[in-house]
Every structure is written in structure tokens, then in C-alpha cells.
Design a protein around this ligand. Structure first.
Ligand code: PLP
Ligand code: COI
Length: 351
């Protein structure tokens, strides 16, 4: 493969029209994107080009059979304008794990990183510097090859697009613990970042939103007795002084924020348990006052405290703590991400 990246620069930068002090999440896009095609059995034509619509044949298999996967990452800028990524190779490895499950070709790590770095170099001015904002990076791969035959396509595209973004959640997060619908099943694709996993969540999530919640907390598809994860983040529960999160499985995304938070928590003396959590345990803890905190962890969500949850037509509020684990852990992880603290783990990658 010729891995030299072609560059086509825009003649009309949109950057002056963007209000960097009021950034929404993921809906303002930078000037360029990285595109690479898989054709004739190899990745080719890696190009950074102006962000623009793409043309696909109506029979492209992405439309019919949903062969599509994605990642979520962020680039940060420190006070000296250094640009940093957080554990980017973990995202690339997870993209390839998702790719394997969805019969999409593996993307070489060097090509992924070279394309990403070139894109960030060209769109450097789009990386926000304000606290709480970052450049959200969305790499995705999908079947661009044609035909109604229900089989994997022979052509694919990798695109990396970016969006300067603020917080994912506007305010306090209220979640609904799901009793009926399921996001994933054993042997399925729940562990993959497959587009269809998100489409499958939309209907139950819409029902939850109509009832005043922001996200669904998924329970296991078989018994609905175990807390698994939320729509866009892994879930942590604090009972007394112990922080608990479900183990990853076929059904749960192996979150990069999740595993980083687990490591930081352990290393800073928090008692951590990676084990199954039953809904009844959480309800009992909410009733007897030992449920101190719940929060979500994810690239977009960072660390998002949960203010309350609903279950079986009843609402439960979480207490407002003076020193929540969520705030402490959020500061620790974002300080590492944004070069405000030492990174003893080697997670931060300076570009
Ligand atoms: N779970 C789901 C379903 C997600 O979409 C995400 C977001 O990427 C996460 C968990 C958190 O994963 P990460 O921390 O790698 O972003
Ligand atoms: C992320 O946190 O990067 C995600 O992919 C969640 C997303 C659905 C916004």
C-alpha cells in the first residue's frame, strides 16, 4: 500500500463562524477529514481533504446490512499549545476488534495514526483551549461496496472527522434502569462499537426521554437483574466507600475511560470492585442510604454524575455529597488528559 497521505486543503475555512465559548457536542465540524478506501484487497488513497458530503451507491451495503463501526476519541490543547491524545492506540485496537466482528478489514495502526496526526496538524486551530472543551474525534469504517446480496462488502471506507465540542450532557443526568428492552445479548455485538448497537437503543431511550430521563441503564438481556452500562457510557456505583463497576463481557463496551478510572481509583486508595451488580442491591442501597453515588464514564461523557434513577415507576435520588468520588476522579483523569498533571501511566500522547 502507498501510505503517503495526499493533502487537499479547503479554500474556505469555516473557523471564524464558530463560537468556541459556546460549543455544542458533535455538531460543528472542522475544515478537513481523513479518508482512506479499502479496494482490491488493500487500503489505498489516504487523503486529508475538505470536510464534505460523500457519494455512495444506493445499494452500498452500509445502508442495507449496517456494516458500520466507529470510535470516539478527543484531542486536547494545553496552555503552551501542545496537542495531546489519550490512549489513542487503544481506540485503534478496539476499532479493529469491532471490525473483526463485523467482517470489516483491519486498519493498520500506523496508517490510522498517520492519518489522524496529519488531520490534527492541518486542523490544529480547531482544537479548543477552553476548560471543558476538546476536539471530539470520530473515526468510522463502513461498507461502501455495492449489492443487495446479504454478505460482506468488498469495499470499505475509513473516515476520521472531528468536531470541537463542549459537554455531552447539558445538566444533571437522570437514568432509567431498563426492565424490558435489551441493548445486547451473549454472542452478539454489544462489545463492539457497531452503529447498529446505537440504533437499537434509540426506541427504548426515546421512551425513557419521554418520561424525563436522559439515558437508559441497560440490564442483562436474560434476567434484567444485573446493571450493565448506559447508552453512551460505562456505569460506576458507589456503595458506602466502595466503587463498583460491572465486568466487561460480550454485551458491554470495554471503555477506555472505564479502565483508566479503575486504575486511578485503585492507585489513589479507593476500594474498587469489578463485579456483577444486581438491580436489587442498588435499590436496597438507595433505600438504606448506603448508595452514595452513581456516575457514567466515557470519552464524550467524561465522568458524568447521575443525580437520580428510575426503576419500576419509582424515582430514587442520589445524595449531594461534599466530596464525591466522581469529582475527584474527573479532575484526576482530565488533568492527565490535558497535561495539567503528571501521567505516571504513559497514557498521554503528545503530537
Ligand atoms: N459504553 C458505550 C455504549 C459507549 O458508547 C461508550 C463511548 O464510547 C462507552 C461505554 C465509553 O467508552 P470510552 O470510555 O472508551 O469512550
Ligand atoms: C464516545 O464517548 O466517544 C461515544 O462514542 C459515545 C457516543 C455515542 C457519543
Amino acid at each position: 500500500m502507498n501510505s503517503e497521505i495526499k493533502i487537499e486543503l479547503t479554500e474556505h475555512s469555516k473557523i471564524n463562524s464558530v463560537d468556541f465559548d459556546n460549543l455544542p457536542f458533535g455538531s460543528v465540524f472542522s475544515d478537513h477529514m481523513f479518508v482512506c478506501d479499502f479496494k482490491d484487497g488493500q487500503w489505498q488513497n489516504p487523503t486529508v481533504k475538505p470536510y464534505s458530503p460523500i457519494t455512495l451507491d444506493p445499494s452500498a451495503k452500509i445502508f442495507h446490512y449496517g456494516q458500520s463501526i466507529f470510535e470516539g476519541m478527543k484531542a486536547y490543547k494545553d496552555a503552551d499549545n501542545n496537542v495531546m491524545l489519550f490512549r489513542p492506540l487503544d481506540n485503534c485496537k478496539r476499532l479493529n476488534k469491532s471490525a473483526e466482528r463485523m467482517v470489516i478489514p483491519q486498519i493498520p495502526e500506523e496508517l490510522f495514526m498517520a492519518g489522524l496526526k496529519k488531520l490534527l496538524e492541518i486542523d490544529n486551530a480547531w482544537i479548543p483551549t477552553n476548560d471543558g472543551s476538546s476536539l471530539y474525534i470520530r473515526p468510522f469504517m463502513f461498507a461502501s461496496g455495492n449489492g443487495f446480496h446479504a454478505s460482506p462488502a468488498n469495499e470499505y471506507k475509513l473516515i476520521i472527522a472531528t468536531a470541537p465540542s463542549g459537554a455531552y450532557f447539558a445538566g444533571k443526568v437522570k437514568v432509567l434502569i431498563e426492565e424490558k428492552y435489551a441493548r445486547a445479548a451473549n454472542g452478539g455485538v454489544g462489545f463492539a462499537k457497531a452503529g447498529g448497537n446505537y440504533a437499537a437503543q434509540f426506541y427504548p431511550t426515546q421512551l425513557a426521554i419521554e418520561k424525563g430521563y436522559n439515558q437508559v441503564i441497560w440490564t442483562d438481556d436474560n434476567t434484567h437483574e444485573y446493571i450493565e452500562e448506559a447508552g453512551a457510557m460505562n456505569i460506576f456505583v458507589r456503595i458506602n466507600d466502595t466503587l463498583i463497576t460491572s465486568p466487561t463481557s460480550d454485551r458491554i463496551l470495554d471503555g477506555i475511560t472505564r479502565k483508566s478510572i479503575l486504575q486511578i481509583a485503585k492507585d489513589t486508595g479507593i476500594d474498587v470492585e469489578e463485579r456483577k451488580i444486581t438491580v436489587s442491591e442498588v435499590i436496597a442501597a438507595a433505600q438504606n442510604g448506603s448508595l452514595k453515588e452513581m456516575f457514567g464514564a466515557g470519552t464524550a461523557a467524561v465522568v458524568s454524575p447521575i443525580a437520580g434513577f428510575g426503576y419500576q415507576n419509582k424515582d430514587y435520588d442520589l445524595p449531594e455529597l461534599e466530596k464525591p468520588f466522581a469529582a475527584k476522579l474527573k479532575k484526576q483523569i482530565t488533568d492527565i488528559q490535558t497535561n495539567k498533571a503528571e501521567d505516571p501511566y504513559g497514557w498521554r500522547v503528545m503530537l
